[in-house]
Structures are given as structure tokens and as C-alpha cells.
Design a binder for this molecule. Sequence first.
Ligand code: URA
Length: 194
Amino acid sequence: MSKIKLTPYQQHVAKWKNCEQCDLHCHRKRVVLCRGTVPCKILFVGEAPGASEDVVGKPFMGPAGKLLDSMLEEAGFNEGPVSYAMTNLTACIPLDEEHTKASEPPKHAIEACSHRLIELYQLCNPEAVVWVGELPAKYGTVLLQEYGLKVAAKITHPAAILRMELNTRGLSYQRNVVILEELLERITAPWNYQ
Ligand code: URA
């Protein structure tokens, strides 16, 4: 009987889909690994899955994800040849002490999940990373620099934009779109930046 050969990404999914490396696994519904194209030119790294992602099993599926998708569309990501994928610092939802609401991922979980993130980064082999929020920028920069990351951009987390007063939301949204447009330009026309 011939054995089915898994692709490197399928092997990655098989390796992590039942991960129990930290205590976040106790309360998750699903492990949330990646959405998009692997390998890709741009890898988006967010914080952690929220309630929607925990149910669906893919990153950025809730209201913040919808806002991110809309920014990407406005910046031209769906028009050109630039492939992208999305993931998070942790693959499981971090819950508050009562285990009722999503919270910020704790340091020990980010560290435990860093092997998975590095593995995905290497499979994606991106030309650039976009940190979606402060926390990914803080932890991810140090982590991925060691693995050759040279180009990175940071955008305001769409969940933070959704929490802003209405009169400041538009500006933050547009600022993110400009950052994404500039990154896209840099990736598609690298000679501009030599
Ligand atoms: N959804 C995600 O997948 N990541 C975030 O950081 C926020 C919402």
C-alpha cells in the first residue's frame, strides 16, 4: 500500500494540532495555526486567537479579522501577486482567570509557542513580517531576528481600533492602510529601497 506523503505545511499542522506544550490547551476548543498561503511573501503575526478563532480554528476570523481583511483589500493585497499568511504569538486562546473571556497571552505561553511560530516562519520563508499590535512586535522581533528576519512593519491592532472613539478610528485605520501600501510597494519594487 502506498503511503500518502504530507507536504511540509501538512506535517506542521499534524505536529501542532493537538499541542499540549502549555496550560492554554486546557480551555481551548481548537488550535489556531495559520490562514493564507504557505510559503508566502508576507507573514502577519497577531497576539492570540479570540473567541471566533477558537471556534473556527483559523486566525483573524472575528470582528478584528474582518477589519484587517478590509485594510488589506484597501492597501491592494488582493490585487497583486503578493502572497500572505496570518498567525499569532500563541496558537490557543488565552482566557482570563474565570475562564470566561479572552485575555492577553501570558509570557510562558508565548515562549512555549515560539517553537511553533519559528517553524511556521521558516515554512513561510517570508520577505517581510507585519506585527499586528505591540505585543507581537515586542516578542516577535527578538525571536525572528535570529532566524533572518530583515523587513518588518507594525500596525495598530484592529481590535484596538475597534475599541477607539469613533472620531479616531478612521485615522488609525487609514494609517494602517498606508503602512501596508508602503510595505507592498517595498516588496514588489525592492529596487526603490536600495
Ligand atoms: N484574532 C486573532 O487571530 N489574533 C488577534 O491578535 C486578534 C484576533
